[in-house]
Each structure stands twice: as structure tokens, then as C-alpha cells.
Design a protein around this ligand. Structure first.
Ligand code: KMH
Ligand code: ZN
Length: 304
């Protein structure tokens, strides 16, 4: 793992997993997404990971016109690194998922390293009073849905973005995804430093146990040596415990309402910045430092 005293905080401000009725604080409109990203950057996030949502019902959308409504606002107010999703939502086809990244050629884009079950079990029971027609089927049908990221899909994403200078946030939800990343590195389609984002605690992927975290890092160390920058995210209640484990092991972290709606037990996070502030406090408690966007650019060798 490439080590640094500076910890890179990524904030994923809205995503596509949570639905609007789960939290009044989930950013939906361009103003809300811009304000969330700017607030996260001001609190210490070096990178913001961005999805868009339809105004009328908060459903996930990869319409580049929606991104156009918040990207300039974020860029005008901060120097935060922009990271645009290529995951979109598990219901979308790859061609649709790629449009915003092809349009805006960001410094960073996500890249999901395998097809997987993406279980949203439990959310229907935990949350009530869904307001929009799409929310209940979106959650209920997750038990028969595959988040499709075949080798062909991954190669297409890498090849079609090859001239953009975009670095990928390589999302690894299980150990096999590290080996898939190694395969694409061997094919020359991904260049160092590799930003490995390990995802823990999503149903369908690796669990959040410290043994899982240790195994992920140990395997990444063996496959990528000093050529990779390691970041982690924990789903839901696992968010801060997973972040703490990464910090203790010299890694980086991702927070944000895409990954968890919570700011402590039973307490909905009112802003993305609240979660970033928790992460900053943990970093300082361990006598570590928070990377600025420019320091993140240097560590990750971004195009700037
Ligand atoms: N939703 C996260 C677990 C993407 O946008 O490409 C992973 C993610 C997917 O961020
Ligand atoms: Zn995402």
C-alpha cells in the first residue's frame, strides 16, 4: 500500500441505494447536491463522489443535464476533486451509466469490479411511508437483481475512457474483485497508482468483520505492492467502524449519505458534512492529518 501521513476523505453525497422517503436529508435537487458537496469539502473531504437524481421523484438518473446543474456550482465554490459514478444504479445498463463520465471526463470515476447481488433487504421493514411509486419495487426486487459488471463491461468502461485521463475509484466488494483488478492491470488497462476502494458490509459482498478488512488489505498488498492507495467504505452502521479500522492500518476512507444515512445510532445525518466531521475527528484523534484536494491530487497522481 502506498503510505501517506495525509488521509484522503471521499464523501459520496447521495448515491443510488437510499430512496428519498428514508431521510429528508438525502440530497435530491441540484442545489441540494451542490450544497452537500460544498459542505463536505469545507468540512475536509478531498474528493466528492457524485450521482444525480430526478427532480420529480428522487430516483437515480445518469442524465448528464442533471450533472450540469450541480458540477459548475461545486467547481466554483471549492477545489474538491470531482468523482463521477459509472455505477449509476443496479437497475441501469452500462451504456447509460457511462454517459456523464464520457461527457464531463472527471479527474476520478468509479469502476465496479464485478457483477454481484446487491441486497437491499431490511430497508422495507426499517423505513415506512414511501412517497414515490418507484421506491417499494426498487427495494423489494433487489432479491432478484444482479448488479451487472462483466469483464466485457469493465473493459468497455476502461477502453472508452482511456483518453480522458480519468483515474478510477476501483470498487472492490469482495476478494475476487481484487483479482479482477489485477487482471485488468496485467492487460495494461489500469495504470498506477491504483485507487482501491474496498466496500464492506453490503449484502452480496464481503462482511464488515476486522478479519474481512485484514484479509482485503493483505490480499491487496500481495497483488499491488506499493502501487495502490487504499480506501474503505462501510455500509450503514458499519461506516465509522470500518473507517476506524482503515485509519489504524494506514488507509483512507469514504463517508457520505450514499453509504450510510446515519450520524450515530438512530440519528439521521442532517448533512454529509456531519459525517465528514466525524471522520476528521477520528483522523485527528489518531494524530493523522487530513489531505487537501491538492494533496489528494498529488498522492493519486490525478490529471488536475
Ligand atoms: N454504492 C457504493 C457501495 C458506484 O457509484 O459506482 C458503491 C458505489 C458504486 O459508489
Ligand atoms: Zn456511488
Amino acid at each position: 500500500m502506498k503510505k501517506s501521513k495525509k488521509v484522503i476523505i471521499t464523501c459520496a453525497v447521495t448515491g443510488a441505494i437510499h430512496t428519498p422517503s428514508m431521510s429528508p436529508y438525502l440530497p435530491i435537487t441540484s442545489e441540494e447536491i451542490a450544497a452537500a458537496a460544498i459542505g463536505a469539502a469545507q468540512a475536509g473531504a478531498a474528493i466528492v463522489h457524485l450521482h444525480a437524481r430526478k427532480l420529480e421523484d428522487g430516483s437515480p438518473s445518469q442524465d448528464p443535464a442533471l450533472f450540469k446543474d450541480f458540477l459548475p456550482q461545486i467547481k466554483a465554490a471549492t477545489d474538491v476533486v470531482i468523482n463521477i459514478t459509472t455505477g449509476g444504479a443496479p437497475t441501469m445498463q452500462v451504456a447509460e451509466r457511462l454517459v456523464p463520465v464520457h461527457t464531463y471526463k472527471p479527474e476520478v470515476a468509479s469502476l465496479n469490479m464485478g457483477s454481484m447481488n446487491f441486497g437491499l433487504y431490511g430497508m422495507l421493514e426499517r423505513f415506512k411511508n414511501f412517497k414515490y411509486d418507484w421506491e417499494i419495487p426498487y427495494l423489494a426486487n433487489s432479491d432478484d437483481r444482479v448488479f451487472k459488471n462483466t469483464f466485457k463491461d469493465i473493459a468497455h468502461i476502461l477502453e472508452s475512457c482511456a483518453d480522458n485521463g480519468t483515474r478510477f475509484e476501483i470498487e472492490c466488494y469482495d476478494i475476487g474483485h481484487l483479482y479482477t483488478a489485477a487482471h485488468f492491470i496485467e492487460r495494461g488497462l489500469i495504470k498506477p497508482p491504483f485507487l482501491i476502494q474496498s466496500v464492506f458490509g453490503l449484502l452480496g459482498g464481503i462482511g464488515p468483520h476486522p478479519e474481512d478488512v485484514a484479509h482485503m488489505k493483505r490480499t491487496a498488498d500481495r497483488l499491488f505492492g506499493d502501487d495502490y492507495v487504499w480506501s474503505v467504505l462501510g455500509a450503514g452502521r458499519n461506516q465509522m467502524p470500518i473507517a476506524a479500522q482503515s485509519l489504524a492500518m494506514g488507509g483512507n476512507l469514504r463517508v457520505g449519505l450514499e453509504d450510510s444515512l446515519w450520524d450515530g445510532p438512530g440519528q439521521l445525518a442532517k448533512t454529509n458534512a456531519d459525517q465528514v466531521k466525524r471522520a476528521v475527528a477520528m483522523i485527528h484523534a489518531l494524530s493523522l492529518e487530513v489531505a487537501t484536494p491538492d494533496e489528494a491530487r498529488e498522492i493519486l497522481n490525478l490529471k488536475g
